[in-house]
Design a protein around this ligand. Structure first.
Ligand SMILES: Cc1cc2nc3c(=O)[nH]c(=O)nc-3n(C[C@H](O)[C@H](O)[C@H](O)COP(=O)(O)O)c2cc1C
Length: 153
């Protein structure tokens, strides 16, 4: 069975709502195990064990949340060149007040370092979380899970 790991940080709950909907969408595909974890509770082994990765972060000060950066800081050295990390499919979702591009750029840059492979366009929510965004989160989770299940990613 393939596993999707959804890693997120959230302070006021917006990114958490998005992560939960991504998880809901992914869970709608049979044969895929969905793991939803806070970045601060995620370890290198979780990144090794999953078959695809969804990274969710708020934008803080034009950058990703420190908690997500902390995950990268803690795991990069031990995972560099790991065969289970190389070209792992990933996608990003962001919650921002009015921008989100800085958070996205910072995540994508680090993902290049891990040699993860971006397989879906990023999803950025600006302002309060709207139902349309939640629907797109479900779609993102579903697409990732279906792509894994059918061996497309
Ligand atoms: C410390 C802090 C810094 C922020 N910096 C930015 C920013 O640079 N750009 C932006 O668009 N929004 C910024 N925001 C707004 C958050 O990105 C936005 O409220 C987001 O939805 C919070 O997600 P969360 O509820 O998952 O924590 C900031 C919020 C906080 C608390």
């Amino acid at each position: 069975m393939k596993t999707i790991l959804i890693v997120f940080h959230s302070q006021s709950g917006n990114t958490r709502k998005m992560a939960e909907e991504v998880a809901r969408g992914a869970s709608s595909i049979q044969g895929v195990k969905v793991v939803l974890k806070r970045a601060l509770e995620t370890e290198a082994q979780d990144l090794i064990d999953c078959d695809a990765l969804l990274l969710g972060s708020p934008e803080y000060f034009g950058y990703m949340a420190g908690a997500l950066k902390d995950l990268f800081d803690r795991t990069y050295e031990s995972l560099r060149g790991h065969p289970r990390i190389f070209r792992k499919p990933y996608a990003v979702f962001i919650s921002a007040g009015n921008d989100g591009e800085g958070a996205l750029r910072s995540i994508e840059r680090i993902c290049l370092g891990y040699q993860f492979r971006k397989v879906q366009p990023p999803l950025i929510s600006r302002g309060a979380i709207r139902e349309e965004i939640l629907a797109r989160c479900r779609e993102l989770g579903q697409t990732m899970a279906a792509g894994l299940n059918f061996g497309i990613f």
